[in-house]
Design a protein. Structure first.
Length: 755
């Protein structure tokens, strides 16, 4: 009897693991696709995630009610998975259709369509946790064991799903293929749960409605849901702030978010697993006090890790690791595989792994405590036997509700209003105040005077030790030169630091370099783009950077209007503190629009003679939205018949060059940027000399080096033949790991064959 029971439990564990895995595949793929039309700004991302989580919460509440009322949770779970699979199958064409329908819609309409799209599948996902808890309870008869193990397995599956999707599946299958894979998993899970049903032999469990013994019921009543709401609010607030801090260190590659999220989820999963040993057999009052202690320890560990990093980051060896991470653009870096072994091998190995190491430093211990909290508080919510699914669903709903409101308030209000340091201090202080609540610790009584004094001293110590606004990021950044001044701005969208030394500037947005002065490369891009236009009267600049491209356009008297579209409003605010940038942006011909570049082009009815863009590296997250065939088609539709498109920041990437050739008949490629037009190129040498003449001879020489050996026509077609094309749903150039590993494997294989 025991072996069939163990096999049944193992099969259910596999179902719940794959359920979490498929959910994260959906989340990563849907979120990435939705940004194509909703934009990649902070507000857009926050709304997408909030709607997703809200659906999960509503689904869990509904699932709890269904679990109580449905006599056969196996069949109901199978129906949910089939419905989710069908939703997945239709989601890809539906997202494309929504993008077309809402292209010119106001933000409110776009949000409404986003909510309508995500509501059904996320509610279905949320229903699964209470149903599987009920199913598992029918086998084990142990509620605390069931919720602890299931939450562990499901969250672990989600962590694996996030890593698997971003590191492998997007490159192999594309975003559409990821969605179809997740849908296929849903159908497999429906079949698996029905097969498990045929093998199930129910154990004897208490009947519905039987009250638990008094020792198993805590005296918190409805306060349970208020507590889980508050802890959910704080937990998501921590996650958002941690992502901002860690993102400055490991930059914003398409792998950064999933790597940070994977460590975050892994910590929660392990904490959920570990707490089961404590919960088993403990009376409700002990579990309640343990919950309070966990929240207290969570606040304390955040203080210790943050303050510890701030002070250690100014001393060896942490300062060395901090500077190495900050100074490297790619995380994870693949230099370990592409360079021969040597003295640099340790650095290469570190830069391969630091995208996981920094999340481990900041989040792992706190997330262990978060993970332990959910099974603990859920066990306190259970009042009657047979209502386990409802207890899980309701508890999860209030936790997610706290997540949603906490995410919105943290991302849209607290960070821009009070900054990272004060926000973290606020959340950790709330956690420390939970230390006032436990009256006993084990068998030992804790007098109120002890609790008040201890918490007060810790609060005062935290305030004294915490870095002041801006100090944390100043410790992380590495100045590229000895600056005369530095300006800092933290806003809704980003952390911005700008260094200045006379005519020399370096601008950083979320730790990534975004423009410098003097910038001969940016001057070369702008001059070349402007000189191939027959009449550059209306110019669009996507990405302000350090202003070199905009300044070059303004140097031409024939330019009547320059529209600057900049995603990061905080960058504009910070740069305006310097007279040189205030002068450029204050020109009467300049119109500044703070928006996503693609979203702006979809909504505007203007036509431009020249579009100049160098906003992102090809390896930055979401860069594929501006380097896809669909975007180049959109840009072409917003250009005058003889309009010129300059696409910068692309290096010698043949994928992007080939993608341009798919949309434009005429493409001219340089080392680092390309020009595209629907009509043959004709350069105005007179205009070129006028623009070059504004700079010293040595600067002119440097500029000219960037525009030598332009490649076009048959030569360019042959150079890019055989390379794939970037599509919105297959951003090949953005997900660089697969490409570089294939190149390394090819080189290694050829070297072995040669030997």
């Amino acid at each position: 009897m025991r072996r069939p029971r163990n096999l049944l439990i193992a099969s259910l564990v596999a179902v719940f693991f794959l359920s979490g895995l498929s959910s994260l595949i959906y989340q990563v793929a849907w979120q990435r696709l939705l940004t194509v039309h909703c934009g990649v700004g902070a507000v857009s991302i926050t709304l997408i995630v909030s709607v997703y989580m809200f659906g999960l919460g509503v689904g869990s509440l509904l699932g709890g009610r269904l679990a109580e009322r449905n006599p056969d949770p196996y069949v109901l779970y199978a129906i949910v998975e089939v419905a989710l699979g069908i939703s997945g199958l239709v989601s890809f064409p539906l997202i494309l259709a929504l993008g077309r329908l809402t292209a010119n819609s106001p933000p409110a309409a776009s949000f409404a369509s986003l909510f309508a799209f995500l509501a059904a599948p996320t509610i279905l996902m949320g229903i699964s946790l209470p149903l599987l808890t009920t199913i598992f309870m029918g086998i084990t008869g142990d509620f605390t064991y069931s919720i602890s193990r299931l939450y562990f397995i499901n969250t672990l599956g989600a962590a694996v799903g996030g890593i698997l999707t971003s590191y492998i599946l997007v490159s192999w299958l594309g975003l559409n293929g990821c969605i179809y894979l997740a849908a296929a998993l849903d159908f497999v899970l429906a079949l698996a749960i029905l097969l498990s049903r045929s093998q199930a032999r129910r154990t004897t469990v208490p009947e519905m409605g039987e009250e638990l013994p008094p020792a198993e019921v805590a005296s918190v009543g409805r306060l349970t849901y208020a507590l889980v709401f508050v802890t959910g609010f704080i937990a998501i607030g921590y996650e958002i702030v941690w992502y901002r801090v860690i993102g400055v260190l490991v930059k914003d590659s398409p792998y950064a978010f999933s790597s940070i999220l994977a460590v975050y989820l892994a910590g929660i999963a392990l904490g959920s697993l570990a707490i089961n040993r404590y919960i088993a057999g403990k009376p409700a009052e002990s579990r309640k006090n343990a919950f309070y202690v966990l929240q207290f320890l969570l606040g304390l560990t955040v203080v210790v890790t943050l303050v510890g990093f701030y002070f250690l980051a100014q001393h060896a060896p942490i300062v060395w690791f901090t500077r190495l991470s900050f100074s490297n653009e790619l995380h994870p870096s693949l230099d370990l595989f592409t360079r021969s072994p040597g003295l640099h091998s340790f650095e290469d190995a570190y830069l391969l792994l630091d995208v996981f190491l920094w999340p481990l430093w900041f989040t792992f211990v706190p997330t262990l405590l978060m993970g332990a909290s959910f099974p603990l508080i859920t066990s306190l919510a259970l009042k009657r036997r047979g209502c386990e699914g409802s207890a899980v669903g309701t508890t999860y709903f209030f936790m997610v509700l706290g997540n949603v409101l906490g995410g919105l308030l943290t991302g849209l209000v607290l960070l821009p209003a009070i900054g990272t340091e004060v926000t973290l201090l606020t959340f950790s202080s709330l956690g420390l105040m939970f230390g006032l609540m436990p009256r006993t610790l084990g068998a030992r009584r804790l007098p109120a005077s002890y609790r008040i004094t201890g918490v007060l001293l810790l609060l005062l110590g935290s305030v004294a030790a915490f870095p002041r606004p801006g100090d944390l990021y100043s410790a992380i950044h590495v100045a590229p030169f000895t600056p005369r001044s530095m300006r800092f701005q933290e806003g809704l969208d980003a952390v911005v630091l700008t260094y200045e030394d006379g005519d020399q500037f370096r601008n950083y947005i979320n730790g990534q370099g975004h423009g410098y002065r003097p910038g001969p490369f940016f001057l070369a891009e702008a001059i070349e783009g402007l000189c191939f236009s027959p009449s550059p009267e209306k110019v669009l600049v996507i990405g302000f950077g350090a202003g070199s491209i905009t300044e070059t356009a303004l140097a031409l008297p024939e330019v009547r209007q320059v529209t600057v579209v900049e995603l990061c409003g905080s960058a504009i605010t910070n740069l305006l503190k310097f007279p040189v940038f205030a002068g450029i942006l204050g020109d009467r011909r300049v119109r500044v629009v703070v928006d996503d570049g693609r979203r702006y082009l979809e909504r505007t009815g203007d036509r431009f003679d020249v579009i100049l863009m160098d906003p992102l590296r090809t390896t930055s997250a979401y860069s594929g939205n501006l380097n896809s065939r669909q975007f180049f088609s959109l840009a072409g539709s917003r250009m005058t018949p003889a309009g010129i498109l300059m696409v910068g920041g692309i290096g010698d990437n043949p994928v992007i060059r080939h993608t341009l050739l798919e949309e434009f008949k005429y493409v001219r490629a340089y080392a680092g940027f390309s020009l595209a037009s629907r009509l043959p190129f004709h350069q105005s040498l007179e205009r070129r000399e006028r623009l070059l003449g504004a700079y010293p001879a040595d600067m002119q020489t440097t500029i000219k080096t960037f525009v030598r050996n332009g490649l076009e026509g048959k030569a360019l077609e042959e150079a890019t033949a055989g390379y794939p094309v970037n599509e919105d749903w297959r951003p090949i150039s953005e997900y660089y790991i697969d490409k570089r590993l294939r190149q390394w494997l090819t080189s290694a294989t050829q070297a072995v064959e040669f030997k």
